[in-house]
Design a protein around this ligand. Structure first.
Ligand code: AMP
Length: 394
């Protein structure tokens, strides 16, 4: 029997969606409403090889949801809204409350709101999306899918920071990790691909995009990931610094008389590839400029080196690794980065096949490599739809 499930990703001024026919996992349509809150919001809907784009005033997320749903009926994507049986919402932070996706009820909503402090830019706006859909589709099964859940299997020694323990107890300061939906999705896809139970595989997954994180997965469970208390930690990213010496902050606060907010903004929005190159946060721009621009080359080298450092750490942590998987806008599309990350690692049993890497093959390790190298496009929306089908009330 066919079930129509919609996956939702609500941002502060945007709403992304994709409608699936399950369990066939066929994408029926997808779209985006941008500039919510403005008179010239933009609504884009793609279905059956058509693309419709419309500029119109959209005051708030409730209006955006109503617009999206009425358009689905108007364009015949669904005959009635009753057809949409399930709604899956991407939610940034599930804290320690949510080791798995959860059916949305009053209790779930209260818990998500209690985590607002840990994800002030994301959880409140995710909740706005959840509430708007509860009003518009009150009978649909609604599920929250958290970016953090997959990493709740980390051991305590890996998630506690070496600062006074009372901060963990008082404020929940610990490593949470993010991009969980993506790491989990590509790990499971790889297991399907090689026809091996996930419980028998140890994997390192590299989600490389504007935000990037690396994950060590043992038998299907995340045992470590590079992001931390927030998505600022770990590898260097488009505009985020990743791991730096924390003493830089009090030093700069003193020297430049900067506020906490200004320093936070510097680390999140003016650092990473942009900060080092002074050119762009976009990886394609960095790649294009690197041959003739020293700072772009430096940014590129640093980006790669920091990924390699995590890969090295996770090889040690996992002991035995079956595959290293690349995903995200950069990981999926840049053969150059994959080559740079994997080169000269023969002594660790990692050998790349240049030809397969450049031709876009899913597996691009050389036949002599004891660790497989793979590119797997992520599909967080599909993972969300799968969770709507899977998750039942606890
Ligand atoms: P994401 O956040 O996963 O959408 O990834 C966005 C990043 O992927 C940006 O930095 C893009 O420059 C990068 N990207 C997209 N396509 C390519 C490509 N063909 N080669 C290199 N980087 C790419």
């Amino acid at each position: 029997m066919e079930h129509k499930i919609i996956a939702i990703n609500a941002g502060s001024s945007s709403l992304k969606f994709q409608l699936f026919s399950m369990p066939a996992e066929v994408s029926v349509c997808q779209g985006l409403i941008e500039r919510i809150g403005l008179d010239d919001a933009v609504f884009t809907l793609k279905f059956r090889e058509q693309k419709i784009s419309q500029t119109l005033p959209v005051t708030n997320h409730q209006q955006a949801v109503d617009l999206l749903l009425s358009s689905l009926v108007q364009h015949g994507v669904v005959t009635s809204l009753q057809e949409i049986e399930g709604v899956g919402h991407r939610v940034a932070h599930g804290g320690e409350f949510f080791p798995d996706s959860a059916i949305i009820d009053e209790n779930t909503i209260t818990r998500i709101a209690q985590l607002n402090d840990l994800a002030p830019l994301h959880n409140p706006v995710n909740l706005t999306g959840i509430k708007a859909f509860r009003t518009a589709l009150p009978d649909a099964k609604a599920v929250a899918v958290f970016d953090t859940s997959f990493h709740q299997t980390m051991a305590k020694m890996d998630y506690i920071y070496p600062i006074p323990y009372s901060y963990y107890e008082k404020y929940g300061i610990r490593r949470y990790g993010f991009h969980g939906t993506s790491h989990k999705y590509v790990a499971h896809r790889y297991a399907e691909l090689v026809d091996t139970p996930i419980e028998q595989l140890n994997l390192i997954t590299c989600h490389l995009g504007n935000g990037s994180s690396i994950c060590a997965i043992e038998g299907g469970k995340s045992i470590h990931t590079s992001m931390g208390f927030t998505p600022l930690a770990g590898v260097m990213m488009g505009t985020r610094c990743g791991d730096i010496d924390p003493s830089i902050l009090p030093f700069l606060a003193d020297k430049e008389h900067q506020t906490v907010e200004a320093l936070n903004q510097m680390m999140n929005s003016q650092s990473g590839l942009l900060g080092v190159s002074g050119l762009s946060h976009d990886f394609r721009d960095i790649l294009a400029a690197a041959p003739q621009n020293e700072r772009a080359q430096l940014a590129l080298d640093m980006f790669v080196e920091r990924i390699r450092a995590y890969v090295g750490q996770y090889l040690v942590k996992l002991g035995k690794v079956d595959a290293i998987i690349f995903t995200g806008g950069i990981g999926e599309n840049s053969a150059d980065v994959r080559e740079k990350v994997c080169r000269n690692l023969e002594m660790l049993g990692i050998s790349i096949c240049d030809e397969e890497n450049h031709s876009g093959s899913t597996i691009f390790s050389a036949s002599r490599s004891s660790i497989a190298l793979a590119v797997i496009p992520t599909n967080e929306e599909l993972m969300i739809a799968q969770d709507v089908m899977r998750v039942e009330k606890r």
